[in-house]
Design a protein around this ligand. Structure first.
Ligand SMILES: Nc1ncnc2c1ncn2[C@@H]1O[C@H](COP(=O)(O)OP(=O)(O)O)[C@@H](O)[C@H]1O
Ligand SMILES: [Mg+2]
Length: 315
């Protein structure tokens, strides 16, 4: 079999650059060397080279998180270059990256989102009114960002403005959300036309962390992750359906991972990741491992699905 030339994209210019470089390295090591000749491109420095090399590239693996990677921009460039890639296309990526757009699409699909309110930088916010409406604690997050950057949890109205200022460092719009105290789970989906829901993972941030923040996400051992999640069969099936419905509502492809919180039998959906963390111990590969896919096999499958979706695309 002839080897495929694979462009591995990691690094980039978002605040998640370091995470991306680290994942890229692990992905590179895990890829089947008999099947792929891997070339690394860092979008921060190597875009011109990628354009030049495009005719020699069979597929791309995008291991970039956050804006300028997970948001449709890189996907658009690859579309123009006619290079297949794993996961969501331009529109799906953009919709999932923006937590406001995704909330609207979730609600339209009948899913439950935590009560929230949107604010825009420069707009005066009556913090007492917000607290009266949404209660305490409150979660403040930028509309577009990932890995919990710019996010805060506040316990008093007096902390709202500072939290908003922190969110506005990443986006000019912010979301103020009711804090849902419950069991946090995440649900992976794999497939193009036929979707498989992977086993759910339960996420328990360590005692040192008030929520699943950047450090809790990327410090080894900071979070306990239990797969399959310790919830009953009925709730498991419902949560897997939520992940699947979210995947379809956002028009995603290939794979995705949806974050949820279960409280009193209600499943609240937080967000869907179109390029979930991709180290061997990250959540999505962990869930795939429970379903019988090694890390190497997941990567293979994602590339296959990307090539398949590209071939079927109407132009
Ligand atoms: N409304 C909420 N209630 C409780 N915890 C939340 C809420 N929103 C976010 N969190 C916590 O913050 C983490 C990150 O939030 P999320 O919306 O998934 O954004 P991202 O992962 O893109 O930074 C979640 O995994 C969860 O632990
Ligand atoms: Mg998340």
């Amino acid at each position: 079999m002839q080897k495929k030339t694979l462009a591995l994209l990691s690094g980039g210019i978002s605040s998640e650059r370091e995470v991306s470089l680290n994942s890229g390295e692990q992905v590179k090591n895990a890829l089947d060397k008999d099947k792929y000749e891997v070339r690394h491109y860092d979008p921060k420095t190597d875009l011109a080279k990628l354009v030049t090399d495009a005719p020699q590239i069979d597929a791309a693996l995008i291991i970039l998180h956050g804006p300028f990677g997970e948001d449709g921009t890189v996907q658009g460039l690859l579309d123009l270059l006619d290079i297949p890639y794993q996961g969501a296309g331009v529109m799906g990526s953009a919709q999932a990256m923006n937590k406001l757009v995704s909330k609207t699409l979730y609600a339209e699909a009948g899913l439950t989102v935590p009560p929230y309110r949107v604010t825009t930088e420069g707009q005066a916010v009556d913090s007492k009114e917000v607290v009266a409406e949404l209660g305490l604690p409150l979660v403040i997050k930028p509309a577009e960002a990932g890995s919990s950057v710019g996010m805060s949890i506040i316990h008093g109205a007096e902390d709202l403005n500072e939290a908003l200022a922190k969110a506005y460092e990443f986006d000019s719009r912010a979301i103020i959300e009711a804090y849902i105290e419950g069991v946090e789970i995440t649900g992976g989906i794999l497939g193009n036309d036929e979707l498989t829901a992977l086993p759910l993972i339960e996420i328990i941030p360590g005692d040192d962390y008030t929520f699943f923040d950047y450090e809790a996400k990327y410090t080894a051992g900071a979070t306990r992750e239990i797969c399959p999640a310790r919830i009953d069969a009925d709730l498991t099936a419902r949560a897997q359906r939520v992940a699947q419905t979210a995947h379809q509502a956002l028009s995603l492809q290939g794979y995705s991972r949806t974050d949820m919180i279960i409280k009193d039998d209600t499943i609240y959906i937080l967000e869907t990741n179109t390029i979930p963390g991709m180290t061997a111990t990250s959540l999505y590969p962990q869930a795939a491992a429970k379903a019988g896919y090694s890390f190497t096999q997941v990567l293979d499958r994602l590339i296959e699905l990307g090539i398949e979706a590209h071939a079927k695309r109407k132009r």
